[in-house]
Design a binder for this molecule. Structure first.
Ligand SMILES: *[C@@H]1O[C@H](CO)[C@@H](O)[C@H](O)[C@H]1NC(C)=O
Ligand SMILES: *[C@@H]1O[C@H](CO)[C@@H](O)[C@H](O)[C@H]1NC(C)=O
Ligand SMILES: *[C@@H]1O[C@H](CO)[C@@H](O)[C@H](O)[C@H]1NC(C)=O
Ligand SMILES: [Ca+2]
Length: 158
């Protein structure tokens, strides 16, 4: 009985992670492929809703806890890039108000850093860095479908 319960709990936790969501958005990424920022956006628009918007601490918290921890590049692209010197979210065209830069970033190295990655290293997990849009990193998308926790439970019972 104890064993069954623990397996059940395990499966449940796993499902909740897969279907994990923040305010109705679900998050989707690839750990085994890398793309430029433009390719990432294209892939997200095709497969999901858009390249991920990290517009508050709850999204940061979710990504910090679910993306794969890495000790070095490549990390993950997020949906923020510079348009006419303003950091702008691709998904809604709005400029940033919540920001979560790593120390000494954005530094616009070589005057060619117009896209933003999210670090998943131990020291800077969840922090942002501006980088060249041409570099290849893992994509993170979001999907706008409303998904409540009770729906996650329903899926498991089916
Ligand atoms: C990455 O993983 C996905 C899901 O497991 C798989 O469908 C895809 O073929 C993999 N891609 C590569 C390049 O290995
Ligand atoms: C990305 O796409 C935009 C708009 O389609 C284009 O203006 C820009 O040059 C592209 N950037 C790179 C690095 O390919
Ligand atoms: C983060 O989530 C908590 C709990 O759901 C909520 O109370 C809070 O308003 C959220 N914060 C933001 C900035 O949306
Ligand atoms: Ca930088």
């Amino acid at each position: 009985m104890l064993k069954t319960t623990s397996v059940y709990t395990d499966v449940l936790i796993h499902l909740l992670l897969i279907l994990g969501n923040v305010e109705g958005w679900t998050y989707h990424w690839k750990d085994n492929e890398t793309m430029t920022w433009n390719e990432t956006r294209k892939w997200c628009l095709t497969e999901y809703t858009d390249i991920v918007m990290v517009h508050n601490e709850n999204v940061t918290y979710f990504l910090k806890n679910n993306l794969k921890e890495k000790s070095s590049s490549p990390y993950y692209w997020i949906g923020l890039r510079k348009i006419k010197e303003t950091w702008t979210w691709a998904a809604n065209g709005q400029s940033v108000n919540y920001e979560n830069w790593a120390p000494n970033e954005p530094n616009n190295n070589k005057a060619d850093e117009n896209c933003v990655e999210l670090y998943t290293s131990t020291n800077n997990k969840g922090k942002w860095n501006d980088d060249s849009c041409k570099n290849k990193k893992h994509p993170v998308c979001h999907k706008g479908k409303k998904l409540e926790m009770k729906d996650a439970l329903l899926v498991q019972l089916v």
